[in-house]
Every structure is written in structure tokens, then in C-alpha cells.
Design a protein around this ligand. Structure first.
Ligand code: HPA
Ligand code: ZN
Length: 315
């Protein structure tokens, strides 16, 4: 088998995908029309043309604008269902997807609305044999108090959630800001992950490990700037959920040939490949594998290690 065939046919797990980032422009237009929400673009094609980002914040501004169209149970169901169906095409067998409760709560959308939609879509996907779990992320640009209030309002739904994460604007919002919230989540039996080292410095990865006590690092690219941190991640086998096309689109790397994924494997880090926000970044999971395998000239061994890691790193 060629590397391309191995990528396409091997069963995989996806551990870093924001469900709101799977909102394709066509679905956004359909849902916006259903909810009588005006969009500042003439068509799905015109919106797609706007998907040129110079950094994380540029993307987040459009991502939150898209999220605003989601209002009813059916919208959240359609969103999650479309992604879960798309995942099956890529031979994904296990998904742990992120969602952003605060992006909905802050607009007055009740937890029963978004959780209701997600749960229905997940149940149908499970009937087809896909394993699906949900992780709720705190928006790090908001306060610790807001994160605590979110944990409280989501408490009745925690039976459907396996963990908490930390996302949104990284620089200026270090993990330590959420130390007490993560302690509370740990005491509730939830798994812990955090985005760190996407745009933020290695110090944020240290904090995610030592202050928050996370079990996986989402991204972790900038960990490679710190040799002691690389040793720590390698010796403890801390998984990194790496997102190549996201890194390219958000200018975390200038070129996929400069992507650190191959270096991560060479340092013995438990790297995995993921799609992050595939509707915005130009590809789903297999597209990420193909692009990075081509750019970094990865061989069969690299691909099978990355795919093995995806299951080993899964909760
Ligand atoms: N990074 C940080 N926060 C996010 C992202 C991302 O890629 N997608 C959605 N929220
Ligand atoms: Zn992410």
C-alpha cells in the first residue's frame, strides 16, 4: 500500500475538532435563513473567500460570527450530524469533539438547546458504530468567574461530557488563570486538556501540565523551543493533538514543509493529527494527513505511529 492508501483506509481517532468549526458556509447560510439571521456576505462562496487569516484572532472573529446563527436544537443536531457523517468517510472510528458552551450561553441559548442537538446527533452516530464523546472548552479570553459559572450551569449535563478544555485567544490568557476551575473539574471526575503552545510560549505548556494538570496538550507546537519541556513531554508520554492545516491557515507555520510534526515524532513525542476547524481551514482529517505527509515526506512508519497514537491518546 502507498502512504496515501494507508491514510485513507486505516481506522483513526480524532481528538481535536471544534464542532462549531465544522460549520460549512453552505450550512451556515441554510441555518441563518431558517433563523432569519442576516449574514454580511452575499453567498456561501463569498463567505468562503473571506477565509484568509493572518493569526488566531482573525479566525476567531469569523468563527464566533458564524456561531451566532446557531439557535435551535435542530441547528446543533444538523451541525454535529454533518461532521459525524463526514468523519465516517475518513475512516474515523472514535471522535472526541470540543464545543464552546459560553459561545452559546452568552447569547441566551440554554444548555438544553445545544446539548439536546449534540446528544441526538451523537446517539444516531453511535447506532452506526462510531464512538463519540464530548469535551466542553472554557473560553480563555473570558474571566475565571465566567468559567466557574459555566461549570455550574453545565452541571446537570456533565453525564454527557467526558472532559473540559481551554480554547480561544491564547496570548495574554495563560493557563494559570483557570487553575481553580480545572481543580473543580478534576474533582467532578472530568478529564482535562488545554490548548497551549499554538501561539503562546512554552511557559503556557508548562503551566497546562503543572498548574492545570492536563492529560493532553492541544497543539503544543511551541514546546519544541524548550528542550527541558520536550524531555518532560516525551518521558511522560503526554499526547499532543497537532493540527497541520490549522497551523498553516493561522500562520503558526509559514509553510507546511516547516511544520514541526516530524520533529515531534523524532523527539519521541506522542503526536496525533487532527483537523481543528475543518470548515475554515481547508480540510478534514485525511486532508490533514495527506498534506503533512506530502510536505514532510512521511513514510508508512510515521503514519502508522500517528494513527496508533490517536487511539492511545483517546480517553
Ligand atoms: N484555537 C483556539 N481556539 C479555538 C480554535 C483554535 O484553533 N478553534 C476554536 N476555538
Ligand atoms: Zn483547537
Amino acid at each position: 500500500m502507498t502512504v496515501q492508501q494507508i491514510i485513507d483506509t486505516t481506522p483513526k481517532a480524532e481528538l481535536h475538532v471544534h464542532i462549531e468549526g465544522t460549520l460549512e458556509p453552505e450550512m451556515l447560510f441554510t441555518i441563518a435563513e431558517r433563523n432569519a439571521v442576516a449574514l454580511p456576505y452575499a453567498s456561501a462562496a463569498a463567505l468562503r473567500e473571506a477565509y484568509n487569516f493572518s493569526n488566531l484572532q482573525d479566525f476567531l472573529d469569523l468563527y464566533y460570527a458564524g456561531v451566532n446563527a446557531l439557535q435551535q436544537v435542530e441547528d446543533f443536531d444538523d451541525l454535529a450530524w454533518a461532521y459525524l457523517q463526514r468523519a465516517r468517510q475518513d475512516n474515523i472510528r472514535h471522535v472526541e469533539f470540543f464545543f464552546d458552551p459560553q459561545a452559546h450561553l452568552d447569547r441566551g441559548i440554554e444548555p438544553t438547546v445545544f446539548m439536546g442537538g449534540f446528544i441526538t446527533a451523537c446517539a444516531r452516530a453511535r447506532e452506526q458504530g462510531l464512538q463519540v464523546q464530548m469535551i466542553m472548552c472554557f473560553l480563555r479570553h473570558l474571566s475565571e468567574a465566567d468559567a466557574f459559572a459555566t461549570l455550574e450551569v453545565m452541571e446537570p449535563h456533565l453525564g454527557d461530557i467526558i472532559g473540559v478544555g481551554l480554547d480561544s485567544s491564547e496570548v495574554g490568557h495563560p493557563p494559570e488563570k483557570f487553575a481553580r476551575v480545572f481543580d473543580a473539574a478534576r474533582n467532578m471526575g472530568l478529564h482535562l486538556v488545554a490548548h497551549a503552545g499554538e501561539e503562546g510560549p512554552p511557559e503556557y505548556v508548562w503551566q497546562a501540565l503543572d498548574v492545570l494538570g492536563v492529560e493532553r496538550i492541544d497543539h503544543g507546537n511551541r514546546a519544541l523551543e524548550d528542550a527541558a519541556l520536550v524531555s518532560r513531554l516525551a518521558s511522560e508520554g503526554v499526547p499532543l493533538t497537532v493540527c497541520p492545516l490549522s497551523n498553516l491557515k493561522l500562520c503558526v507555520v509559514d509553510n507546511l514543509r516547516e511544520h514541526p510534526l516530524r520533529m515531534m515524532l523524532e523527539h519521541g513525542l506522542m503526536a496525533t493529527v487532527n483537523s481543528d476547524d475543518p470548515a475554515y481551514f481547508g480540510g478534514y482529517l485525511n486532508d490533514n494527513f495527506h498534506a503533512v505527509a506530502h510536505a514532510l515526506e512521511l513514510g508508512d512508519g510515521h503514519i502508522t505511529t500517528l494513527i496508533d497514537n490517536s487511539f492511545r491518546a483517546a480517553f
